[in-house]
Design a protein around this ligand. Structure first.
Ligand code: SF4
Ligand code: MG
Length: 318
């Protein structure tokens, strides 16, 4: 059994306004081959930073991201290039991540050609196959990104990632910009590709409702820390951490208007000055003295991990 991506990234030093932000603090997450892990939290909680570290766009200042047991830095030359291709990212906004001056044929075909995955004379057929795989007509290869709908651009972004034969795909808000019905289509596509190609996903979203149905496990992040991690069904049906409970309460049921995080009391604090103790304490309806001074550790609670003092406090039962 392999750790496709184990991150024990600690104290990532991102320079913002000349201050060091600990965007991701002491996160440990191992993803098994073929697994889908949903990573959920409000914007600014560090989940995109974690995603960028997993694909190697950012380096943790302390700790490591390992792909099949090795960090990118431990691999040299050709081996590093190959490992990095195996972990691809599908970005938040497909339009901004696609060069508007390039035709789809180039957008999708360039990386496989440059990396020698497909010979030049076969690129056209290769692109046509990828377009079909993501549900687009191969003749669309001639067109430019602006000639597609949001959902179609999402498919192009996915075809592009698939072109280099990845094993792991990090999806950062990959369906966030889409209408709910289109979201469902793209999520279905992700799941079909997983079944066909044996892909592994780290699926990052601010919306627990989006990751609910596709994840094997769900990790909930709050201000740079994972506060709950467990089987998706456990986390959704029996959330342990008060923050997860609030997120679950806000999953919109079908046909109701989509609600936002405003329903959780207060704003997410700045990661520049995270509250001491449990980062969630200023917003937590159950906070007590210990929460303001002592950081709760992730502990096994009935088969999932949760970081909340209530779990070893008699108050839980009360
Ligand atoms: Fe709330 Fe305290 Fe648990 Fe944090 S540790 S979630 S403040 S009860
Ligand atoms: Mg983000």
């Amino acid at each position: 059994e392999l750790d496709l991506a184990e991150s024990t990234a600690k104290l990532l030093g991102a320079r913002v306004e000349a201050q060091t932000v600990h965007a991701v603090d002491d996160v440990s997450l191992a993803i098994a081959p073929g697994e889908v892990v949903g990573l959920v939290g409000e914007s600014g909680c560090g989940k995109s930073t974690l995603g960028r570290m997993v694909v190697g766009l950012l380096n943790p200042s302390d700790g490591a991201v390992r792909y099949r047991g090795k960090t990118y830095g431990e691999l040299k030359g050709e081996a590093q290039r190959k490992a990095r291709l195996k972990v691809q990212m599908v970005f938040q906004d497909p339009m901004s991540s696609l060069n508007p001056r390039l035709r789809v044929a180039e957008l999708i075909g360039e990386a496989p050609r440059v990396h020698g995955i497909v010979p030049r004379r076969e690129v056209k057929d290769y692109v046509a196959d990828l377009l079909e795989r993501v549900g687009l007509d191969p003749t669309t290869a001639r067109r430019y990104p602006h000639q597609f709908s949001g959902g179609q651009r999402a498919r192009i972004g996915i075809a592009r990632a698939l072109g280099v034969n990845p094993e792991v795909i990090v999806c950062d808000e990959s369906v966030a910009a889409l209408d709910v019905s289109i979201q469902a289509q793209i999520l279905n596509l992700f799941m079909r590709l997983r079944a066909d190609l044996g892909l592994t996903y780290l699926f990052i979203s601010h919306d627990l409702g989006v990751v609910e149905h596709i994840s094997d496990r769900i990790a909930v992040m709050y201000l740079g820390r994972i506060v709950e991690l467990g089987e998706a069904e456990d986390v959704i049906r029996r959330p342990n951490h008060p923050y997860t409970q609030a997120l679950v309460a806000e999953i919109p049921t079908l046909g109701t208007e989509k609600r936002t995080f405003a329903a959780i009391k207060g704003e997410i604090p700045s990661p520049l000055h995270p509250p001491p103790g449990c980062h969630f304490h200023p917003r937590c309806p159950h906070a007590f003295d210990r929460c303001r001074v002592e950081r709760p550790a992730l502990k096994d609670v009935g088969g999932r991990l949760s970081a909340c003092h209530l779990n070893d406090d008699a108050r839980r039962a009360a």
